[in-house]
Design a protein around this ligand. Sequence first.
Ligand SMILES: NC(=O)c1ccc[n+]([C@@H]2O[C@H](COP(=O)([O-])OP(=O)(O)OC[C@H]3O[C@@H](n4cnc5c(N)ncnc54)[C@H](OP(=O)(O)O)[C@@H]3O)[C@@H](O)[C@H]2O)c1
Length: 242
Amino acid sequence: MTNSDKPLAVVTGGSAGLGLALARGLLDRGWRVVIDGRRAELLEAAAELLRIGGADVVAIAGDVTDAGHREELAAAVGERLDLLVNNASHLGPSPQPPLAAYPLDELRRVYEVDVIAPIAVVQQLLPALTAARGIVIDISSDAAVEAYEGWGGYGSAKAALDHATRVLAAEHPDLAVYAVDPGDLRTAMHQAAFPGEDISDRPEPVTVVPAFLRLIDTCPPSGRYRAADLAGKATKNAEVGA
Ligand SMILES: NC(=O)c1ccc[n+]([C@@H]2O[C@H](COP(=O)([O-])OP(=O)(O)OC[C@H]3O[C@@H](n4cnc5c(N)ncnc54)[C@H](OP(=O)(O)O)[C@@H]3O)[C@@H](O)[C@H]2O)c1
């Protein structure tokens, strides 16, 4: 990438939803950003939009579960990485099945994308993160904490990711390592979680970007945070979110 004076971030799943909004927010702050996503056309269209005004964006099409793709991300990053956002995620079937009837191949895919891949991306990028004493943000969900009926696949995977985040923080006190629950957001994943429902009352992803930027700016102790708390707003624990 160009201009190595600027801080560098990798945002997985940066072609849509929260990842795209976070990429925009970081670029507006003068960061360089690497984004990925499986659908190359969607990713390239997002990157073109992000580049308006000369922003420094690298888009690498691929699947975070693919080791070769993770190597491509590392090659684009080089020696120093200031921020990794493990945002790409897989909900599982829509509508979500109860655990007793959950197809196990689908469950494995949820765990592959939502647990194994974020850990694998950290493994791949750890030298660059360590060199920069960087920040890792694993995107969580309230479904990681609350036992909502029908959310046993995705929710338990996000719970596993939360715990992996805590262990990573304990093992790497030189890094800042966070799990962040963004809250309900009006995105494709949220629509898949509530098929056929009108989700137009959910906030747009851009509304939580200031909370993430506050986290990055203030660098509190490693741990689990909710975007609503970081933004200083009240949270509604009772609501189900993706
Ligand atoms: N939306 C909510 O209400 C909500 C609530 C709590 C937590 N979250 C979390 O917030 C994060 C973002 O979700 P979102 O709602 O913004 O989802 P989204 O709008 O569906 O966007 C998901 C992004 O991830 C990419 N992606 C998905 N699977 C991928 C894979 N295997 N490899 C690489 N990229 C992949 C998608 O592109 P491709 O499909 O082209 O790969 C897309 O860019 C997720 O971690 C989600 O669990 C969301």
